[in-house]
Design a protein around this ligand. Structure first.
Ligand code: MN
Length: 131
């Protein structure tokens, strides 16, 4: 069974790169361009994990993550922050904001799949096929 990852990110290029990377690794991908749309999609579609941009027009990623974490239907959904600037020392701040983890942009295409595996457990979207 394929795992579904919801990308909430307002930047078209970042979203495209993430979609390609995740699809390549065997995941199904859902996309939203702001926090509000992302929270609604998460509630409707129950993805396995969320990749959340911080700065977005409308509802930002910190507010959206807070909403996901207080709602019983989505509170156990892992949310990984996509941070766009060096946040050395800000890990605790991100965790306090409710994120389960964070990655800095530009995305490390080798590290992100490993991080996803870590948060999704062994039964993830990989099927062992060489793509
Ligand atoms: Mn953004």
């Amino acid at each position: 069974m394929k795992r579904t990852i919801l990308i909430i990110e307002d930047n078209d290029l970042n979203r495209l790169l993430l979609r390609d990377l995740l699809t390549h690794h065997g995941y199904e991908v859902l996309e939203a361009v702001n926090g509000q749309a992302g929270v609604e999609l998460a509630r409707q579609c129950q993805p396995s994990l969320v990749l959340m941009d911080i700065q977005m027009p409308g509802m930002d990623g910190i507010t959206a993550t807070r909403l996901l974490k207080v709602h019983s239907g989505t509170c156990r959904l892992p949310v990984i922050a996509l941070t766009s600037f060096a946040m050395a020392g800000d890990r605790e701040k991100m965790l306090l904001a409710g994120f389960d983890d964070y990655v800095s942009k530009p995305i490390d295409t080798r590290q992100l799949p490993l991080l996803l595996k870590k948060h999704l457990g062994d039964d993830d979207g990989e099927d062992g096929m060489d793509r």
